[in-house]
Write a protein that binds this ligand. Structure first.
Ligand code: NAP
Length: 558
């Protein structure tokens, strides 16, 4: 007689995705438990409290579109909300879902081991945690950008001043913001110029006595276009939520920006330039995701918009040598995640801001007094901010061990065979384990709350099917996984993004074994991913096995 697990379902993570996943499972009558490393909900928005942190999706789209109560209750005050406001929203959402009661906070999963005999997972928490927890179904909702990564230079821990990673910023005990740290008059180093670095540099440049920016790769940053949202505007958004939602569901990545239905080079140069100007000044990802439809596929088209953004950098930075250093050379516009900025380039016109180009003089060590570069220079500072990003997409999964049917861990399998999944939701050999916002999912290159909700709603259907038919074990078929992998490879091969090293393609120079590009997201876009999932459902959950049988062979509901 097999043992019964403690829970029907365990969700790892209490960020945007985990909270909704747990809520849906509970709504379906499952006995649920959530496990979260932080003391409260919020995920990325709980940890990333660095100065200047804000969202670059339009605030009202960065939300649980399915909740009428939240839509009615919450008023966004900025077009692109600051981190404390996003966290307040998620806290309110946690209240609406009454989610906290089902979470264990301050606990991290160390291992989850599939028990072939009893058909459940046994979860061991990290040291200091409680007794093992058993669960029939396991959901990883740990986020694609939640495993902070320090630079792989010697001496990081020898620095005598204050230092923080942007993704683990100290908290203010009395508010949702970061700790009240006064950087006025300080010598500050910021390492990294991705989306986090750009935001923190903008803020530090206002107060630091000297700000040293250690830049390895410049990015094609573009204006964010932030503005306050008046009550009147908010009322308008509320009145139109339905239409806004429908529109976002038609766009590639779930944002309110849609490709222009023309090819770049078919458009007369004057007209194109005027359109680029308009998009450059437009909000959020207007230029990135509202551009001509071919520019992320056709290198000639890409070269045109790249030249436009290059010109903008030259116009905004007074010193042409600095402007050149701030201009990417190794990738075209839009082929890596575009950091959104507010007067970022103008910071470099200030006397207190110093750019250190690590392509000329790489960082060789961190020392007690500061950062040393290959030319022997020591930059003495009081504070170091590491904006060096995350081991993205698979990083959070890589920091736990999930053991499957044959006793091998997921990390081992992916090391041996490369990353492969079915729909980005399941992995062959790991029954009842669902990976949300993980590799090869439609959510990774997408507005997370919207697209992770798609995946969760879809899980809802699979699990309902399993429950109605008293199925204990759901698995992905190996051949379905191969097909999905081939499709992901094929989709990515059409575009330029797959030909560039970035976190989208799994490259992290600080992580051993993450130097080669991988196919880590489904590049067909959110609407296509949604359609495919629906089609698979309509085709009797093609590619899945229920207690070892295709759905068509599973008996009718009892
Ligand atoms: P990131 O984009 O990966 O940027 C990390 C930066 O650190 C890069 O400039 C990288 O240079 C540099 N770096 C890493 N290791 C280094 C080393 N050893 N020496 C010198 N420089 C090093 O990380 P992120 O800025 O935290 O952003 C990650 C993602 O989070 C974003 O793309 C975005 O999706 C999300 N995010 C969103 C927002 C928002 O909504 N506004 C804000 C922040 C982050 P290389 O490029 O040369 O590796």
């Amino acid at each position: 007689m097999s043992k019964q697990p403690d829970f029907d379902a365990v969700v790892i993570g209490a960020g945007i995705t985990g909270m909704y996943q747990l809520y849906k499972l509970r709504e379906q009558g499952f006995r649920v438990k959530g496990i979260e490393g932080a003391p409260d909900v919020g995920g990325a928005w709980f940890w990333n409290r660095y100065p200047g942190c804000r969202v670059d999706s339009e605030s009202h789209t960065y939300s649980y579109y399915w909740s009428e109560e939240l839509k009615r209750k919450f008023n966004w005050t900025e077009r692109f909300a600051g981190q404390p406001e996003v966290l307040s929203y998620l806290q309110m959402a946690a209240g609406v879902m009454d989610i906290r009661k089902d979470y264990l906070f301050n606990q991290r999963v160390r291992t989850a081991t599939w028990d072939n005999e009893n058909q459940f997972y046994t979860i061991q928490l990290e040291e200091g945690g409680s007794a093992p927890i058993t669960t029939r179904f396991l959901f990883s909702a740990m986020g694609p950008l939640s495993a902070p990564q320090m630079p792989n230079v010697p001496g990081v821990h020898t620095f005598e001043g204050d230092w923080w990673h942007t993704g683990r910023w100290p908290r203010d005990p009395d508010s949702n913001a970061g700790a009240k740290i006064d950087f006025t008059g300080k010598r500050v180093a910021v390492v990294g110029t991705g989306a986090s670095g750009v935001q923190v540099i903008q803020e530090m440049s206002k107060v630091a006595k000297d700000l040293y920016v250690f830049q390895r790769s410049p990015n094609w940053c573009c204006p964010l276009g932030n503005a306050p949202v008046s009550q009147e505007e908010m009322d308008g958004i509320k009145a139109n939520y339905e239409q806004l939602n429908d529109f976002c569901n038609t766009t590639m990545s779930g944002f309110p920006h849609k490709w222009i239905d023309r090819d770049t080079l078919d458009v007369p140069a004057d007209e194109r330039e005027a359109k680029y100007e308009e998009l450059y000044k437009g909000p959020g990802f207007s230029l990135w995701l509202g551009n001509y439809r071919d520019y992320l596929e056709n290198p000639d088209a890409n070269a045109v918009v790249t030249e436009f953004v290059k010109k903008k950098i030259r116009q905004r930075v007074n010193d042409p040598v600095i402007a050149e250093k701030l201009t990417p050379r190794d990738h075209g516009y839009g082929t890596r995640r575009v950091p959104q900025e507010t007067k970022y380039f103008e910071c470099y016109n200030q006397d207190n801001v110093h750019l250190i180009d690590l392509r000329d003089t790489p960082m060789t060590s961190v020392e007690p007094k500061g950062i040393r570069t290959s030319d022997g220079q020591l930059y003495e500072v009081d504070v170091i901010v590491y904006a060096t990003g995350f081991y993205a997409i698979r990083g959070s999964l890589s920091r736990i061990e999930v053991y499957g049917k044959d006793g091998r861990s997921l990390n081992q399998v992916w090391r041996d065979e490369g990353v492969k999944t079915y729909l980005g939701l399941m992995v062959d050999g790991f029954p009842n384990f669902f990976t949300l916002v993980g590799p090869q999912n439609g959510t990774v290159f997408c507005n997370i709350p919207r697209c992770s909700a798609d995946a969760i709603n879809w899980h809802d259907g699979v699990l309902r099917h399993a429950k109605d038919h008293h199925v204990k074990v759901i698995e992905a078929k190996p051949e379905a996984q191969e097909e999905w992998n081939d499709l992901c490879v094929e989709k990515l091969s059409h575009g330029l993004i797959g030909k560039v090293s970035s976190w989208f393609t799994g490259v992290n120079k600080n992580v051993a074994g993450a130097q080669k590009r991988e196919v880590l997201f489904y590049a067909g876009g959110a609407p296509q991913w949604r359609e495919l999932c629906d089609e698979i459902q309509a085709d009797n959950w093609r590619g899945f096995l229920f207690d070892g049988q295709p759905a068509s062979k599973v008996s009718e509901p009892a």
